[in-house]
Write a protein that binds this ligand. Structure first.
Ligand code: ADP
Ligand code: MG
Length: 261
């Protein structure tokens, strides 16, 4: 690290969008995440990869204060979660969202605007336009008045991404954004995510498809309760480290061609 005379705020601007230190989470006797460190690089896309039950969702939830860790801290842009909440957008794993309550698609996206409206803010025409613009970016504008619960999983996933876009966040935390979506939806989502990082935003996504890692991501964090490795794809997405992460669970058949030997 170079020593420079910089003001407080510019130092904060250059701070990692997310820095996790020594995070340990336990639901029972055995930790789900043990002593994990993670650092995200601004303007880049990072994948969290590991087998089922590796603690991927738990790591994000602990960073966001959704579950309480036994130990460890998370800092966002060099600050506490509470100080920067408005700069974060989180899309949880799809199965965890229950839409029994009837809610229109446009209203789901408008929820993303609430933090910026403030206490006395009202939804106005321009907010609706903004929400519609976000739906257009994910190709869902024709569904604005439909009930969210009536859409397919992939369509719902696009709507949640539209809501995240409406938040105009600087850091997007996505838990398996491509799980169970069709090829067209996957393409739409990755296009939007790449345009976010091109605009200097930061994206971290739990990802399960090893075949697309090299194509989609700049960095990888390999997790198996503990962090096995983290770094640029070309350094960390290696056959040896993947085998270490998946143990016996990674058969030769799913070892991606794109993994570095
Ligand atoms: P991943 O997202 O990598 O599949 P999770 O973070 O969801 O893994 O889960 C890690 C471990 O913690 C798993 O063994 C899972 O069964 C357990 N777990 C996750 N959530 C809970 C919970 N709310 N209560 C008890 N155990 C949980
Ligand atoms: Mg998960």
């Amino acid at each position: 690290m170079t020593l420079e005379l910089v003001g407080h705020s510019s130092e904060q601007d250059r701070a990692a969008p997310l820095l996790i230190r020594g995070m340990t989470v336990s639901y029972g006797e055995k930790p789900a995440v043990f002593s994990a460190d993670m650092a995200l690089r601004a303007g880049e896309m990072t994948a969290i990869i590991g087998p089922n039950g590796a603690g991927k969702s738990t790591l994000l939830k602990a960073a966001l204060g959704i579950v309480t860790p036994l130990a460890g801290q998370a800092q966002f842009f060099g600050q506490t979660l509470d100080a920067v909440r408005g700069r974060l957008a989180y899309v949880p794993q799809r199965a965890s969202v229950d839409w029994d309550f009837p809610t229109r698609v446009i209203d789901v996206v408008l929820m993303g605007l609430y933090p910026r409206l403030g206490l006395l803010g009202r939804i106005r025409g321009n907010h609706r336009d903004e929400a519609m613009g976000c739906l257009e970016r994910v190709g869902m504008e024709a569904f604005a008045k439909r009930q969210i619960g009536q859409l397919s999983g992939g369509q719902q996933q696009r709507v949640f991404l539209a809501r995240a876009l409406a938040q105009k966040a600087d850091l997007y935390l996505l838990d398996e954004p491509f799980a169970g979506v069709d090829a067209a939806t996957e393409k739409a989502i990755i296009t939007v995510l790449k345009s976010l990082t091109e605009a200097g935003k930061t994206v971290v996504a739990v990802h399960h498809d090893l075949a697309t890692v090299v194509d989609y991501f700049d960095n990888v964090l390999l997790l198996a309760t503990q962090v096995i490795a983290q770094g640029p794809v070309e350094e960390v997405f290696t056959k040896a480290l993947l085998e270490k992460t998946y143990g016996g669970r990674l058969s030769q058949a799913v070892m991606p061609e794109s993994a570095v030997s």
